[in-house]
Design a protein around this ligand. Structure first.
Ligand code: JB8
Length: 265
């Protein structure tokens, strides 16, 4: 998979040189290219921003360097790469989106700064790319770089071969719509805190059932929105029982909150 990133702070992306993603790049599984937007300026101050038309706080990124950078990356290739633009106004980035994006041949990320990029750049880019604004969540960063680090890591680790043991991809949080079960290692007793007994006895059927129960309990407690989004058809009798005890019930093929207190006057 090829990934291009355009930024005025290319050194921010040096984190992609290390760990799992860095190794995948060295092995040729990921072709990550970071571009300095200022390389596409022509004035002696390498200007990438200007004041906003209509007034208001801060600065706006100028269109010309963006057009030059994005045009040179799209080049004359016959495919239309996806242009992902981190923005608090974008579609929320999810594990499902990461999985879908991990199957693409070419991704390009445009990191904005200041108050954002001149809106006309998106219209220009649509001639060369499929343009998609994406948000990590409902909070505001100072620019797109940190969001790109998160997205490249989430996407890159789903590319076949990047994660050494593919089983660790299957078992993790969000891949089945539930949070992960708690994990423990040695010592079995640590300062008076014990590892749950069931994990010590080697009964793998019992361990699997306990872990599934912990997943359901933890998800019900911390992320009830994820429980309501589950497909009830994926739940067995033990799962339904666990969810009943956690305050949910199944009604008309949907998981809903169990009523609390008197339902009639
Ligand atoms: C300027 O919070 B964010 C985000 C914030 C930004 C820019 C891009 C993304 C550009 N501020 O996802």
């Amino acid at each position: 998979m090829r990934i291009d990133v355009v930024s005025i702070f290319p050194e921010y992306l040096q984190a992609l040189d290390i760990s799992l993603i860095g190794k995948a790049r060295r092995e040729g599984l990921l072709d990550v290219r970071v571009h300095d937007l200022r390389e596409h300026t022509h004035d002696r101050h390498r200007t990438v921003d200007d004041t906003p038309y209509g007034g208001g706080a801060g600065m706006v990124m100028k269109p010309e360097p963006w057009a030059a950078a994005l045009g040179s990356i799209a080049g004359t290739g016959d495919h239309r790469p996806l242009l992902l633009v981190p923005s608090p106004a974008g579609d929320v980035f999810t594990q499902a989106m990461a999985a879908e994006l991990s199957t693409r041949e070419h991704l390009v990320f445009a990191c904005g700064r200041y108050e954002g990029i001149d809106e006309r750049v998106y219209d220009f880019a649509a001639e060369h790319y499929e343009v998609r604004p994406v948000s990590l969540g409902d909070y505001v960063l100072n620019g797109g770089e940190v969001a790109v680090l998160a997205m490249v890591e989430a996407i890159g680790r789903l590319v076949p071969g990047v994660v050494g043991n593919p089983e660790s991809l299957i078992e993790e949080s969000h891949s089945d719509g539930l949070l992960e079960y708690p994990v423990y290692t040695k010592p079995a007793s640590w300062g008076g805190r014990e590892v749950p007994e069931v994990l010590l006895n080697g009964n793998h059927g019992k361990i699997a059932r306990a872990r599934r129960l912990w997943q359901l309990e933890r998800t019900a407690q911390r992320r009830p929105d994820l429980i309501r989004a589950l497909d009830p058809a994926t739940l067995n009798r033990h799962d339904r029982d666990a969810l009943w005890h956690a305050g949910f019930m199944i009604e008309d093929g949907r998981i809903v909150d169990k009523p609390v207190g008197p339902t009639e006057e």
